[in-house]
Write a protein that binds this ligand. Structure first.
Ligand code: FE2
Length: 161
């Protein structure tokens, strides 16, 4: 079977050049590792929770975008970065995608916008992005307690393993 060009590729074709243009090598490495890691985990969690492959695709896009601005401008990681990242994603990527519906784009935007609200439970899609973010931070260093001991991580790991 031939490889397909999907709408996820449309999103990556806009996201990858932004990452590639980051001139600080450490920030660029961090962007690839974390953004692709969260995208992958978000896609997995969506499928594990019984959602469709289309939803997994949206989760992957939201994961790849959720912190993009943080790596581009190397800003402080504050709660407000989620809102700024959402607006950056909208202007630089989401507004240029033609294969996604307005509803899909709004869901991606919301997942990015709310990803720092980890102490509260929100919309199911937003929760996928928050959980994926937390899991990527945890699994890149399973011995570190900072993320591992949180109730959110314990719950997601119980779900996955
Ligand atoms: Fe993140």
């Amino acid at each position: 079977m031939e490889r397909q060009y999907t709408r996820l590729d449309e999103a990556r074709n806009l996201i990858d050049p932004i990452i590639m243009s980051i001139d600080d090598e450490e920030a660029k490495r961090g962007a690839y590792v974390h953004l692709y890691g969260v995208g992958l985990m978000a896609s997995l969690l969506a499928l594990k929770r019984g959602y469709s492959r289309e939803i997994a695709e949206l989760a992957e896009v939201a994961g790849m975008l959720h912190d993009l601005l943080t790596y581009v401008d190397r800003a402080e990681d504050t709660d407000d970065h989620a809102h700024k990242c959402a607006d950056y994603a909208r202007t630089h990527v989401l507004d240029h995608l033609v294969q996604f519906s307005d509803e899909d784009l709004e869901m991606i935007y919301s997942g990015i916008y709310h990803h720092s609200d980890k102490r509260v439970k929100g919309h199911w899609f937003d929760e996928i992005i928050k959980d994926a973010d937390a899991v990527q931070h945890t699994l890149r260093n399973p011995m570190e307690d900072y993320f591992f001991q949180t109730p959110r991580i314990q719950q997601v790991l119980n779900e996955l393993i």
